[in-house]
Ligand binder design. Structure first.
Ligand SMILES: Cc1cc2nc3c(=O)[nH]c(=O)nc-3n(C[C@H](O)[C@H](O)[C@H](O)COP(=O)(O)OP(=O)(O)OC[C@H]3O[C@@H](n4cnc5c(N)ncnc54)[C@H](O)[C@@H]3O)c2cc1C
Length: 381
């Protein structure tokens, strides 16, 4: 890397990983600007890492076994046919993931941020036309490179690509988590619903385990959407799973719009986009954290490839070439999964394991589910 000063906007999963990448890549000075103060909230909702992608990230030195996790070995697709409290299993699909509590995953990454990095919490910033970082007190700081790791509503993206606006898919995801006091379940639960989908998996909590759940569904009517969540769950979920969702206190639930976003480029001048700021893929593809960490691994690899005395233009060109197509590919898979799993669901009662297998293959043609493998040029570092 050419050395110099690097600013990272956003101190969540992507921001922490990029701070690590920039230091390892040879930056002289790295500052993280995070708008929230203190610890990012532990909302106790789950986030997943496909096991092969996890292994690549361990090799790259971005994660290890010290963060609490639970294993998911298969995914059972349940349909409520009135025969049993958990429903009938339509398909038992191999499905190898490690699942995390988001807050614990973030804390593990935060601990990896090297001590020499200045992490400035409580500092919302923007970027001006000249690529300078604008601080809340009105001062403007020049950096050699500014990394936009500020999530799906990215102010950095808005400054450099104002026309890149997230496209609403037409549906939302309700998310929540509740205490899980039953057997140590190691499968992901998919609930087969008409033009909607439920997912659930067990994650570590701060005390005992929790069941993290999500419901993808269109919002009908106006006003408070929560009665919709409760009504839909009671009507279509097998009763055992319905009780978990409807019994989750409102304070432990949140609603997230489901969007798609592909940007024209991952770099503009000396500004770099990363993680959700760069690409928004629907969560069906289960790769938000993997993609964020892979972006950081690729940035570090680009710095190393440019070598001491190399130019920033070279670093950014390498990063763009590796990650921009990867982000677009992920958005394509995620869209086709949303189409099949929410927008145009099959007649679940008529589905057999063979049909399910073909249905799944059609929406995941390039095996992008869980994230594509990191580029060979990068993994061979
Ligand atoms: C508190 C929190 C909890 C989450 N929980 C889950 C979860 O349970 N499951 C899941 O799948 N995904 C969750 N996500 C989203 C998940 O982290 C991302 O989809 C993915 O990991 C990529 O992360 P990111 O760092 O690119 O974006 P984000 O995680 O969205 O982080 C963006 C960061 O930038 C900061 N920021 C934004 N604007 C500015 C600004 N102008 N100046 C300074 N800082 C700014 C935000 O405060 C935030 O910390 C959560 C995100 C947050 C912030």
């Amino acid at each position: 890397m050419p050395g110099g000063r690097v600013a990272v906007i956003g101190g969540s999963i992507t921001g922490c990983a990029f701070a690590l990448a920039a230091v390892r890549g040879g930056a002289d000075e790295v500052t993280v600007y995070e708008r929230t103060t203190g610890e990012l909230a532990d909302r106790g909702v789950g986030i997943a890492l496909q096991v092969d992608r996890y292994a690549e990230l361990v090799d790259a030195g971005y994660i290890d076994d010290s963060t609490p996790w639970r294993i998911v070995t298969n995914r059972k697709w349940f349909l409520d046919d009135g025969t049993s409290p958990r429903g009938r299993v339509v398909w038992d699909q191999p499905h190898a993931f490690r699942v995390y509590n988001w807050g614990q995953l973030w804390q593990g990454l935060r601990r990896r941020v090297p001590a020499e990095v200045e992490y400035r919490g409580g500092t919302p910033v923007t970027v001006d036309d000249a690529g300078r970082v604008c601080l809340p007190d009105g001062t403007r700081e020049h950096y050699d490179v500014v990394i936009g790791a500020d999530g799906y509503g990215s102010a950095v993206r808005e400054a450099v690509f104002p026309s890149a606006v997230p496209q609403f898919s037409g549906y939302v995801m309700w998310r929540g988590s509740c205490v899980w006091e039953h057997e140590p379940i190691d499968h992901l639960i998919s609930i087969c619903l008409p033009n909607a989908q439920g997912v659930m998996y067990r994650i570590p909590g701060s005390v005992g385990d929790r069941m993290s759940w999500g419901l993808y569904t269109a919002i009908t009517g106006t006003g408070d959407p929560r009665p919709d969540l409760l009504a839909q769950t009671r009507k279509y979920y097998p009763p055992f799973w319905a009780d978990l969702v409807t019994g989750t206190p409102e304070r432990d639930t949140l609603i997230q719009p489901i969007n798609d976003l592909v940007v024209d480029a991952y770099t503009s001048g000396r500004t770099v986009l990363a993680g959700d700021a760069a690409t928004i893929a629907r969560p069906h593809v289960a790769s938000g954290a993997v993609k964020a960490l892979q972006d950081a691994v690729a940035f570090e690899a680009a710095c190393r490839a440019a070598g001491p005395g190399g130019s920033w233009d070279d670093v950014l060109a390498r990063y763009q070439a590796e990650r921009h197509p990867a982000g677009a590919a992920l958005v394509r898979v995620a869209r086709s999964m949303g189409y099949a799993m929410v927008e145009h669901t099959p007649d679940w009662a008529a589905m057999t394991p063979d049909l399910m297998e073909r249905w799944w293959a059609a929406q995941n043609p390039d095996d992008g589910f869980g994230g594509h493998a990191i580029g060979a040029s990068i993994s061979a570092r």
